[in-house]
Design a protein around this ligand. Structure first.
Ligand SMILES: [Zn+2]
Length: 328
């Protein structure tokens, strides 16, 4: 399932990666996959103020996605916010803004301000702040505001994916081959499938969804976390805290529950799984496994992070519409 690979965590020119994509048959991955992003958007919609709902509908109806953009997630979902939630992955190569989807905080890094971990080409926390400002600006061009809305919806979800805030010289887990349930990892060139990033993007979630569509799953999450939603709202908007939550979950569950344990690599710059003395192959030799116990622990984290992302996204959209952060 090469489409689950994220090839573009890298800092060089897009042309090279376009070539890489063609050669290796790799396409950029979609953190949380289509269903995860759509679920987050659908949860957020339930918590919008009337003002925010109106702003969202107006911007998206009047400024539709360019019909020439190839929509990886298809056109089956009719909700405009859920449909728009996956657009940033469709344009990440063309716009060369792949680094906006994550922040590379090395495992074990000290809790310094996030700017320290934000690369020269930007990172997810900076992208959220910038796009939030555009969305908020009623004088900005409506087309730009609609794009900013789609970016914010997407990036708040990405930020809640633990591997988008943690790195171990492994391209956010893309270079970590795992024996996932019955699937043994295979190597193609310098990429591996299944790998840790890919199973967190889609496989763990989709197994947990048991065939439900994003609307049904949004209902289920809303029910499951009904007692915690108020707490998340009361805490308010704290992007730094949400980032460190992701980082900590990467440590405690994403890496922490793998058998055997993956050592922490001293941070070096990595552009492919062949770098850092063949990190991918070194990890391949370790025969890492994620069995049913792992799936269960991971699914619990995935569910909570999607629910949190939805509720928190609504607060940002409510703020951008100039209304109270929490809807009544
Ligand atoms: Zn993304």
């Amino acid at each position: 399932m090469a489409h689950e690979m994220r090839s573009v965590r890298l800092f060089a020119g897009a042309a090279f990666f376009l070539l890489l994509d063609i050669v290796a048959g790799i396409q950029p991955a979609h953190a949380w996959g289509c269903k995860g992003h759509q679920t987050v958007a659908l949860i957020a919609e339930r918590h919008l103020t009337p003002e925010a709902r109106q702003l969202v509908e107006k911007l998206l109806e009047e400024n539709p996605v360019d019909p020439l953009v190839k929509r990886y997630c298809g056109s089956a979902i009719h909700d405009l916010l859920a449909d728009g939630s996956t657009w940033p992955d469709d344009v990440r190569n063309e716009r060369k803004n792949g680094p906006w989807h994550y922040i590379d905080i090395p495992r074990g890094a000290p809790r310094h301000p996030l700017e320290e971990y934000c690369g020269a080409q930007g990172c997810v926390t900076k992208a959220i702040a910038e796009q939030w400002a555009v969305l908020k600006d009623s004088h900005a061009e409506p087309r730009k505001r609609a794009e900013a809305l789609r970016y914010v919806v997407h990036f708040v979800a990405d930020l809640h994916m633990p591997l988008h805030a943690s790195n171990n010289n492994d391209l956010g887990g893309n270079c970590v081959p795992v024996h996932y349930l019955r699937r043994r990892p295979r190597q193609t060139h310098d990429s591996f499938s299944p790998n840790l990033h890919a199973i967190w993007d889609t496989a763990i979630l989709e197994r947990d969804m048991e065939g439900a569509d994003p609307a049904e799953f949004a209902d289920y999450l809303e029910q499951s976390f009904s007692s915690e939603l108020k707490q998340w709202q009361k805490a308010g908007i704290h992007i730094e805290d949400w980032t460190w939550e992701s980082h900590d979950l990467a440590e405690s569950v994403v890496y922490g529950e793998l058998k055997p344990q993956v050592p922490v690599e001293p941070p070096v710059s990595v552009n492919s799984c062949a770098d850092d003395n063949h990190i991918g192959e070194r990890l391949f030799q370790m025969q890492l496994t994620a069995c049913q116990v792992y799936q269960d622990a991971a699914a619990a984290v995935v569910e909570k992070r999607l629910a949190q992302a939805g509720v928190r996204l609504a607060m940002i959209l409510n703020d951008a519409a100039g209304s109270a952060v929490v809807a009544n």
